[in-house]
Design a protein around this ligand. Structure first.
Ligand code: SF4
Ligand code: SF4
Length: 92
């Protein structure tokens, strides 16, 4: 098992060019990772490059099914504050 891109991917194309294994490809729904060619970047980098550039939290899961960019990791908003923060932003 390897990394997986899930439905929350917004098809921004950012990860496509940074993958050293050309393992990422567009599909009808969202971008996907070819499990046969993905190396998890282990030979080239100390962190998966797709996850490093992906702007969407929880769009890429690791081999255990855990998000590489968990909720709050990119926005800096703790998950328990997210709903309040959304309300505050909408009220502006
Ligand atoms: S972990 Fe690395 S090799 Fe695998 S899809 Fe992401 S960028 Fe490509
Ligand atoms: S960088 Fe993230 S959101 Fe953009 S295409 Fe890749 S997985 Fe999808």
């Amino acid at each position: 098992m390897t990394l997986k891109i899930v439905d929350s991917c917004v098809n921004c194309w950012a990860c496509l060019d940074v993958c050293p294994s050309n393992a990422i490809y567009p599909s009808a729904t969202h971008f996907k990772i070819n499990a046969k060619t993905c190396t998890e970047c282990k030979e080239d980098y100390d962190h998966p490059q797709c996850a490093s550039i992906c702007p969407i939290e929880e769009a890429i899961l690791d081999a255990q099914g855990l998000p590489l960019n968990p909720l709050g990791s990119l926005t800096g908003i703790p998950p328990e504050r997210l709903e309040d923060a959304k309300r505050e932003i909408q009220a502006r």
